[in-house]
Ligand binder design. Structure first.
Ligand SMILES: [Ca+2]
Ligand SMILES: [Ca+2]
Length: 335
């Protein structure tokens, strides 16, 4: 208990210090002369401060990940307590607040890896296509077999670098150019999962991505949104952080109870731990293939921070960090 409190205090201190440092650096050019609209200036000041809060949060996330033990990544580490630390640090910020989290992108299925170049030809990866398809089954999304097969064809074409139409459901730029609001097929890896909404099939069925909701706002059927990511082709799924849903997708032989017992065995910190935990996966025919595409650590994290002011103005910052070496921001968005 003492260690947890101590860890938490360390994190909070780090967050407060980075926020304070940013405010010290924040010199608002209040050269407003008598004609300046003070309200506009106050709004501007608020939005600028939100921006600094958001950026401060991301900076703090970078420091936490810089100090991280790289041997394994699991939710018993500091990065996983980031949201709690942000909340606590907000209590020192005089009405201002920072909320957010660090998530492991390697806990998800990398849809960019559905295709690869092989001997100069673009090919679909059948093993990963099956994983992607299984996600729809696991989440119990209402989609027919034909619709799912066609969606996979369209997704392969969206990602692959050629203009050849795949299977029965494929679509290349010619199709997208014929739409009322025309655009080009991406023909390269996606930058964010939301881009899948542009792909034929998903474009017309956004509920597959977002899920469906009951009248009271509660989730009826989950969408694939929180289970997919867009990373480099060599990105591996982290067995320590993958959700039960993602674990089940990894092999056709993994069912819900196998995923649950595997989760009970985590965190996997060493190869020895893996030997113990993999016992539950002994019956999987494609275990070796599964191991090649999985790891006990992560190569990518995402950080989302909302900076908010007492006036109610707020701003979100989202960054993706590549942690193969020193954490490096590879994607950044403010909204
Ligand atoms: Ca770690
Ligand atoms: Ca293509």
């Amino acid at each position: 208990m003492t260690t947890v409190v101590k860890d938490r205090q360390g994190l909070v201190l780090l967050l407060v210090l980075s926020a304070v440092a940013l405010f010290m650096a924040l010199v608002i050019p209040f050269t407003a002369d008598q004609f300046t609209d003070l309200e506009l200036a106050a709004n501007f000041k608020d939005s600028l401060q939100c921006q600094y809060l958001g950026n401060g949060g991301v900076e703090a996330a970078v420091s936490i990940l810089s100090e991280d033990n790289r041997a394994y990544d699991a939710d018993d580490e500091d990065w996983a307590k980031f949201s709690e630390a942000l909340l606590l640090s907000s209590s020192y910020l005089d009405g201002m607040r920072m909320t957010g989290e660090i998530s492991d992108e390697c806990a998800k299925l990398n849809i960019n890896a559905l295709v690869r170049l092989q001997g100069g030809q673009w090919v679909a990866d059948p093993f990963r296509i099956e994983q992607f398809k299984k996600l729809f089954t696991v989440l119990e999304i209402e989609i027919s077999e034909t619709e799912l097969r066609d969606l996979c064809d369209a997704l392969v074409d969206w990602l692959d670098g050629d203009d050849e139409i795949t299977g029965t459901g494929g679509a290349e730029s010619e199709y997208y150019q014929s739409l009322e609001q025309p655009y080009q097929a991406k023909n390269r890896p996606m930058d964010t999962p939301e881009e899948i909404l542009l792909v034929k099939g998903m474009h017309e069925n956004k509920q597959w991505f977002y899920g469906t909701f009951n009248e009271d706002g509660s989730v009826d059927v989950k969408g694939i949104k929180d289970y997919i990511t867009c990373g480099p082709l060599d990105m591996k799924v982290n067995l320590n952080t993958a959700s039960p849903e993602v674990l089940q997708c990894l092999s056709k032989d993994i069912d819900a109870s196998m995923a649950e017992s595997f989760i009970d065995c985590r965190p996997i910190k060493t190869d020895n731990d893996m030997e113990t935990c993999k016992a539950g996966f002994n019956t999987i025919a494609d275990y070796e293939q599964l191991r090649r595409m999985t790891d006990i650590k992560s190569s990518r994290f995402s950080v989302t921070v909302t900076g908010g002011m007492p006036s109610g103005s707020a701003l979100n910052v989202r960054a993706i960090l590549d942690v193969n070496k020193k954490p490096q921001i590879v994607y950044y968005r403010m909204y």
